[in-house]
Design a binder for this molecule. Sequence first.
Ligand code: NAD
Length: 524
Amino acid sequence: ATLANISQELPTPKQDEIKVRNFIGGQWYEPSSNNFFDNFNPSTGKVLCQIPDSGAADVDLAVKAAKDAFPAWSSLTPHQRAAHIYKLADLVEKNLSTMATFESLDQGKTLTMATNIDISRTAINFRFFADLVIGDLTSVSVTGAYPKAYPGPDGKPAFGQALSYVNRTPVGVAGLISPWNLPLYLLTWKIAPCIATGNTCVCKPSEFTSVTAMMLTKLIKQAGIPDGVVNMVFGLGATAGNALVTHPDVPLVSFTGGTATGKAIASATAPMFKHTSLELGGKNPALIFADSNLDECIPSIARSSFLNQGEICLCNSRIYVQKPIFDEFVSRFKEFVITKVTPGDPFSPASYYGPLVSKPHFEKVQSYVQLAREEGCNVEFCVDRALNTNVLDVSENGALALEGLEGGYFMSPTVITNVSQKSRLVQEEIFGPVVCILPFETEEEGIQLANDIQYGLAATVWSVDQSRLRRVASQIQAGNLWCNCWMVRHLEMPFGGFKASGLGTEGGRYSIDFFTKKQAIYLG
Ligand code: NAD
């Protein structure tokens, strides 16, 4: 690998070419293969940047840098580490508008979403975990002596008294792998607890959204975080990602992404006894009871279906509506979506969502719409050409051609009814602006349909009956339950999926637990 002579400045949107580099031991490197691949602006389909095609040699260099940095970083006090992390949070906020611009250019999300959610939350992630370790890791828990001692061979009680405490220490080098839907937000949800607790890390962001992670490397340097504490290797999952999760000097792996990838990672890391946390896919139900307040429910369900192009693991995509209000719900929901949920240029404040992240994903989402047509479902593209005069064409699979953005990967908000519970449309994660609406009769049937799936990440339940909400919420097999609301997030709450949606729990002290090893020490 050669040391690249690159500027310390953040890129600007006017720059013609962004060449992403690996960040290893505080320096920027080209990949040892010397190969880069193109990544595209999803609004135009034009090349946005070049991503290093890194491999095992680059990962090895990064792991070595992280391992070398570990002794000094882990021996700082939590306060000293937190001071560095607060500086980084301040720098993220200072650069919020540039970073949000790039998150939007690279991912397709609206600038509003990138500004108000992704990059703002990045700064919050760092502050939250820095605060938490100051309050948490300095405490030592002391438990009493074992009440009944066994007699020793001499007949006298032995080992009866001991001061016992938990020695909690960082583990070492963590491999952090993140997806493309909330790029910097999800990556820093891992980096923050990882380094706050004294570990060092090698990160592998998604190959579809690497730009803001590279920008973060510049801020890490500016914040004075010691070289090697955070390293970033860019490239493909099958090569760079796989080299990271199977590296013998990486005892911790935290992964967020698809269920199939999670399975592959679990089978690679299990024989190596690595601590592995997996946050995986979802196909989240909304259960809407006949007594719901539809004035509040419909806007919330439209948001939870289409925010960020439906590309949030917590979005709902199976909407079950109790029979007495099924027709009313469907027609009011479609009307609301047609008038309020406008896909378009992510830089226009009028757009509710932007293009899908990549061409392969755009094609995948359309293939599900094609399937719906083949299965004879009712498919409605909720786009009114009179209201949206920039729409040049709506294809038979819901793709939108927009004036001035003809090469972009835009999809209509798509509502599918008359679909079977057994259909792949209802059982598989589509991860786009496509929802299925199905009827149910009784509470039992609603719960049964919600649970009739391999996934268990999140659900939302709507009713004005509080006791029903409590009863139903606890019977739904999912890690996150929102009742009469959606995506209210308190970072101290546990976050994780049931069934094929994941293994392990993140959030607050659960993240601290994952990134530390606990030793029970008894002082006799
Ligand atoms: P993905 O699984 O394709 O990729 C995720 C990351 O894993 C990328 O960085 C990729 O390069 C890497 N990767 C791929 N193969 C690998 C391998 N063999 N070894 C190591 N790394 C590998 O997922 P995606 O398409 O980027 O993201 C979308 C998925 O993420 C959806 O299924 C979504 O539900 C899920 N997701 C889950 C959560 C959650 O918290 N549960 C949050 C966001 C997204």
